[in-house]
Design a protein around this ligand. Structure first.
Ligand code: ARG
Length: 578
């Protein structure tokens, strides 16, 4: 089964087909708020344009066709022409009830599953070894982890790969700095955090110092034993630090690979591209031209090797595609990376197509770019003293604020410190994640700790609170298990919530199609609000009509289940109580 609009689309498809109209215009959609009908199909206008006929006449034929079909006799309360040729649809309450009953019984709540055994690799997080993680990595992690959860729920084999920056000259800078200090004890995260900025500044200033870094990089990449061991040591230390951060955020990775994992593939790749004349020499460098004749903007070539023989970011990204195809044979790779790297990915993707490393018809390459998280001044978010805010700092700031918010709202009052801390933690992460995910991915947004931690408005804490509230209502009704509701009763006060519940598959599919968790955020917020008015307008526990009471409890339970599912897809954990 699917959503109501998906079911209606099938009914329309049949009618369109019978009339010889193109079925791609048969799509039925949910009407916008405040509209007279619940659903609409606008296909008659498109068909009229093609056939050069009157759209209202075509709409009438479609409606007659639908009404003629006896299968449809218990579906429509009203199906009629509106305006220039829209088909407006309102359903019988009994039909909505039957649909919803099936949806409640379905473990997937109407969301269809994709064909099995299709793998998608998601590339997100992308922290750089030896550098502390900053808020720029926050968006990538939060969005990427949510997309991974969505892919899994859709039925894909989804693999999240952190793809660390663990290769290239920065590694040589650190190794040569360790050489210079003569230090060969155990490396710690604090040390690394100091060594790298120091080495990088020194290399910028001094050519000879830079030459040492290059030499160390080359030795590492050629497999020198000593350097490889040292490198492994600080990679491990770095990963430990990253894991702490990602655990605190509740972000999961299936693989802890990095740019270095592409290294074994680079040599053969370059030979192959050279032999096919796809990689060519230019001013001493080796490049892949990727411009097309019809490009509106000039697209510079992808540089594989610099004139000094060093490989670049694009080289490792291209070779990583080879590595990923070899290890997982994915149907798709999704890169959740800052929008400002759009040109880089365009170059890499074009080079991958041109070289047949990633053939167009077997693997999709998607750059799901995102905008910047800004401070109140509209510039990239900084600490109060103007430094780059680290991830740890940001998380503790949110937790502190969540504690204050819990006090203000008089929540979690009678709990011991442990449970209270746990709730504050969950509220803080919900606030951070929801504030990020609710924005259109590619838009910039302003980081506003006061707003995002509020229990009012479109926030993570508000959704947590509403969800927990429904749970306690169900508990009061003693509805621990699924409510055995024989008959769903849809009255004027239930209809809005019932219709909205049945929309879940539509929003899920859209969010998947556009790699857009904000669509799920919008839906969850709408659902929570609709539930609020349902709760305000209806008798539930005090309802005298036993059947109606059970029916309403079933709606409550379904709302709880759907909110829980969406929060889970957003990577937001729900406290047991609040
Ligand atoms: N390490 C990179 C950065 O900090 C992000 C890596 C993104 N993933 C990729 N395959 N290029 O900007």
């Amino acid at each position: 089964m699917g959503s109501l609009s998906q079911e209606l689309t099938l009914i329309m498809c049949k009618a369109f087909k019978a009339l010889g109209l193109p079925t791609e215009h048969a799509r039925v959609q949910i009407s916008g708020q405040g509209q007279a009908a619940q659903f609409q199909c606008n296909g008659a206008m498109a068909c009229a344009k093609i056939a050069r006929k009157n759209p209202r006449e075509i709409a009438k034929n479609i409606i007659d066709q639908v009404n003629q079909n006896t299968d449809n006799k218990d579906i429509f309360e009203d199906i009629s022409i509106g305006g220039a040729g829209f088909i407006n649809i309102t359903l019988k309450d009994t039909y909505i009830a039957t649909h919803l009953k099936n949806l409640i019984k379905d473990v997937r709540f109407g969301i269809l599953s994709v064909e099995p055994n299709q793998t998608i690799i998601l590339d997100y997080g992308g922290p750089n070894v030896a550098k502390a993680m900053h808020v720029g990595h926050l968006r990538s992690s939060i969005i990427g982890d949510s997309l991974r959860r969505m892919c899994l729920h859709a039925g894909y084999e989804a693999i999240g790969d952190v793809h660390m920056g663990d290769w290239g000259t920065p590694m040589g800078m650190i190794l040569s700095e360790l050489d210079l200090t003569g230090f060969d004890g155990e490396i710690t995260m604090e040390m690394l955090a100091k060594i790298y900025p120091k080495a990088s500044a020194a290399c910028k200033e001094d050519k000879n110092r830079m030459a040492l870094a290059r030499e160390a990089t080359r030795k590492l990449q050629d497999g020198n034993n000593y350097y490889t061991n040292r490198w492994r040591e600080f990679i491990d230390v770095s990963i430990k630090g990253m894991k702490n951060n990602f655990d605190a955020l509740g972000v999961h990775f299936d693989e802890w690979k990095g740019e270095s994992d592409a290294h074994p593939f680079i040599k053969d790749m370059i030979e192959d591209l050279k032999s096919k004349n796809i990689a060519v020499e230019s001013e001493g460098a080796l490049i892949v031209p990727v411009a097309h004749d019809d490009d509106k903007k000039e697209l510079p070539p992808l540089i594989l090797l610099k004139s000094d023989g060093a490989v670049l970011y694009g080289t490792t990204d291209l070779a990583t595609i080879i590595e990923r195809i070899k290890s997982h044979n994915p149907i798709k790779i999704i890169y959740v990376v800052d929008q400002r790297q759009a040109l880089h990915f365009e170059q890499v993707f074009r080079a991958a197509r041109k070289s047949s490393i990633a053939p167009q018809d077997s693997i999709e390459l998607i750059h799901a770019g995102f905008g910047t998280m800004n401070g109140a001044d509209g510039k990239p978010f900084k600490t109060r003293d103007g430094g780059v805010m680290r991830l740890e700092g940001l998380i503790s700031m949110a937790i502190e604020k969540a504690q204050i918010r819990l006090d203000e709202a008089a929540l979690a009052k009678d709990m011991d410190d442990n449970e209270r801390d746990d709730i504050a933690n969950k509220v803080a992460i919900a606030a951070l994640k929801f504030a990020d995910l609710q924005n259109n991915r590619s838009a910039d947004y302003i980081f506003d700790i006061d707003r995002m931690t509020s229990f009012e408005g479109k926030t993570g804490p508000y959704l947590l609170y509403q969800t927990v509230r429904i749970k306690s209502l169900l508990k009061k009704a003693d509805a621990q298990n699924d409510i055995a509701c024989e008959e769903l009763k849809i009255t004027n006060s239930d209809r809005g919530l019932a219709l909205l519940l049945s929309e879940l598959p539509d929003h899920f599919d859209n969010a998947m199609k556009l790699y857009a968790p904000h669509i799920l955020c919008d839906y969850a917020f709408k659902l929570a609000q609709e539930f609020s008015s349902f709760y305000g307008n209806c008798h539930i526990l005090s309802e005298k009509d036993e059947i109606l009471k059970l029916s309403r409890l079933a709606l409550c339970q379904q709302t709880y289940k759907q909110l829980s599912l969406i929060l889970n897809l957003l990577g937001i954990e729900i406290p047991a109580r609040m």
